[in-house]
Design a protein around this ligand. Sequence first.
Ligand code: FAD
Length: 335
Amino acid sequence: MHIEENIALAPHTTFFIGGRARFFVHAKTADDVRDTCAFARDKNIPVLVLGGGSNMLVGDAGFDGIVIKIELDGIVQDGGTLVAGSGESWDKVVAYAVEKKLWGLENLSGIPGSVGGAVVQGIGAYGAAVGQTLSWVEVFDRDNGEIKKMSNSECHFGYRDSFFKHDNEKHIILRAAFTLSLSAAATISYKDLAAKFSDSSVEEIDIQAVRSAVLDIRKGKFPDLSAEGTAGSFFKNPIMSVADASALKQAYPDMPLFAMPETDGVKVPLAWLLDHVLGLHGARVGGARLFEKQILVIAADRQTSSVDVITLARDVQKKVFDELKIKIEPEVKII
Ligand SMILES: Cc1cc2nc3c(=O)[nH]c(=O)nc-3n(C[C@H](O)[C@H](O)[C@H](O)COP(=O)(O)OP(=O)(O)OC[C@H]3O[C@@H](n4cnc5c(N)ncnc54)[C@H](O)[C@@H]3O)c2cc1C
C-alpha cells in the first residue's frame, strides 16, 4: 500500500471541484483498506471513502485526513447471482448483467460511479432501485476491524438512502452481491420508457433493448462531463404526508404527485416546483447554475469554486422554504 500526500481531489470527482487531500491511497484489496484505516487511527486523522466521486462536492479547502479511493474490482457470476468488487464501475456491472441476460439492473444503466457508491446512495432510476436486487454486501467494520456480511434488510434502503449514509463512515463496503432474474421481466412503467416501448408487448422486450433505451433517454439529460462538472441531481425530491401533499396540490392543481407505497408518503416533484412555482429556471451563482435540461441538476463550469455551488444550493433551499415551507435536502454528499 502506497500512501501519497497532498493529492488534488478535483480530478477524482465528477464536479471537478475540490482542494487537496493530505493523504491519499488507492485501495485495491481488503488489506489495503484495513492498513489505511490503521494508519488513520495511528495518526488520529479522519477517513474519507471515495468511489467514483460522482455524488460528492468537495470543498476548495480539500480534506485534512486520508482519502481511500476504493479500487477493489472484479465481477463473478454464480447462476443468477453477480458478486462485484465495490470499486468496480457500476455501469460495467450493469452491462455484464445485460450481456448475460440477467434481469434487474438494466433500468439502472448509465449511472456513473462505483458499486460501493451505488449501495451507499441507494441509487434509483426509471422505476428501479439498487435495493430491489442487492442480496448482501461485505463490509469492513472500522471499529473492530472485522469483515462481515450484511443482508439487504440490514442495509435499510429508502429513497436515495441507506444505512451507510448514517453510520459515520464506520463501514467500508468491499463487495456486493445482486440476485438477478434469469427469466425476462422488463419494467417499463416509467413514463419515458413506456413511450419508447409503446408498440411492444412486455414479453417480447429484449434486455439489451431496455438498456439501450435507458442510455438513449439519459443522453442530453445531464451536462457533458468532458466539458463541465456535475454530481447529477443535487437535491432529493421531498417526501410529504398525504395530507400535506394534497394541500400543496390544491394550491398547484397541475403538479404531478407520485405515491411512495413503501413510505406511506407522497413524492413531490421538486423540479416541477422550482420551474413552475419558483421560476428558478436559469438560476446561477458564479460558475454554478441550475442545468437548463433538468433543473434539479447543478452544472459547474471548470474552475468553479465550491462556494458558488454551495451558495446556489442554499439559495434554492431558502427559496423553497420561504415560499413553500418545504425543507429540501441535498442528495449529494458535501465534504
Ligand atoms: C451525470 C450523473 C448522473 C447521475 N444519475 C443518477 C441517477 O440516475 N440515479 C441516482 O441514484 N444517482 C445518479 N447520480 C449520482 C451518482 O452517480 C450515484 O449516487 C453513484 O452511485 C455514486 O457512486 P460513487 O462511487 O461515485 O460514489 P462517491 O461519490 O464516490 O461517494 C458517495 C458516498 O458513498 C460513500 N462510498 C463510496 N464508496 C464506498 C464504499 N465502498 N464503502 C463505503 N462508502 C462508500 C462515500 O464516502 C460517499 O459518502 C448521477 C451522477 C451524475 C454525475
